[in-house]
Ligand binder design. Sequence first.
Ligand code: DI6
Ligand code: FE
Length: 397
Amino acid sequence: MLLLNATMATMDGSPAYGLVEQAAIAVEAGRIVWAGPASNLPAEMRDQEAIDLAGRLVTPALIDCHTHVVHGGNRAREFEMRLEGATYEEVARAGGGIVSTVAATRKATLDELVAGALTRVDAMIAEGVSTVEIKSGYGLDIENELKMLRAAKAVATQRPVRVRTSYLGAHAVPPEYKGRADAYIDEVCIPGLEAAHAEGLVDAVDGFCEGIAFSPDQIARVFDKAKSLGIPVKLHAEQLSSLGGASLAARYGALSADHLEYATDEDARAMAKAGTVAVILPGAFYTLRESAVPPIDAFRAHGVPMAVATDCNPGSSPMSSLLLSMNMACTLFRMTPEEALAGVTKNAARALGLDDTGQIRPGLRADLAIWDVEHPAELAYRIGFNPLWKRIYGGVL
Ligand code: DI6
Ligand code: FE
């Protein structure tokens, strides 16, 4: 496949989106084999049928690096409660919140979970997404955590999309372990991780380090197990309070620390040193009407790579639009449109430990998004508008 007459944002780390006008991109066997100004295209690549993009923008296909798209039910009633004045933490302590999604997820069959996830993943694909991270964490017993991860893997067999799974057994304490979080970690979370890993279902291990979830010590025990199994880690950290989760994640060389509204300058320093990506999740900030903004300036100053994701989940971020996440990251957190686009391409790949996608350069997968826009800033600028023209997944239009 040869794409001609493209405006190309390589997102390869060159300044200004790595923008190339009048670009050509050659694809062979699912990989990018050449990309650059069309005038430099080698002669032997010219004589094949080309697709004329008429100046349309080509970017790497988008990557949603933090989602909970596999889950049962929805929480529209909780949305109403919060509008009547209850806080997210009050809802959680009253047995609502995550735990109500756990009940619905346990009740759902594998096929029902897959069907529900596909409605959300289809919306993502329609916006040019090629890779979706999907977490467990609403099963909270071994069999149901495995069911969630099997459902996540099944998504990639039913759609042209790549799935990376994260085991989030340490998401919440289930009702049957109320007040016994340590026992839950020992009796369910860690054995569940071993079982899921044995079945090849775990690409990364995640946790929720928070007052309403698990302490840094409890997360460290889960991370020690992940380390002994050779699985990379990531962490929901500093979302509602500052507990040192981001620094803990950095100590374990985590792929990412996510949320980070209450992260400190010291956390940013530790993350930079460890190469841990900051995953910015403005959908949860917006939904919870949070007021603390993640320390974007500190991440910039210390050179922490920033990703942006939907956090698509039924409670704190019922949002499946990665384009809207980009807009929110700019308007709510003052990220630049270029940072937002890097956050859903290059840096999102890094947050998943993937080095074969997220940029346009020879050797990488031909996962591309073609947009009916003139300039890449338009992707973050518009609200509720999808300018995707076509998507190329693994070299297939
Ligand atoms: N933080 C979040 O924002 C989601 N999980 C987490 O650890 C929320 C999950 C939910 O409310 O269902
Ligand atoms: Fe999350």
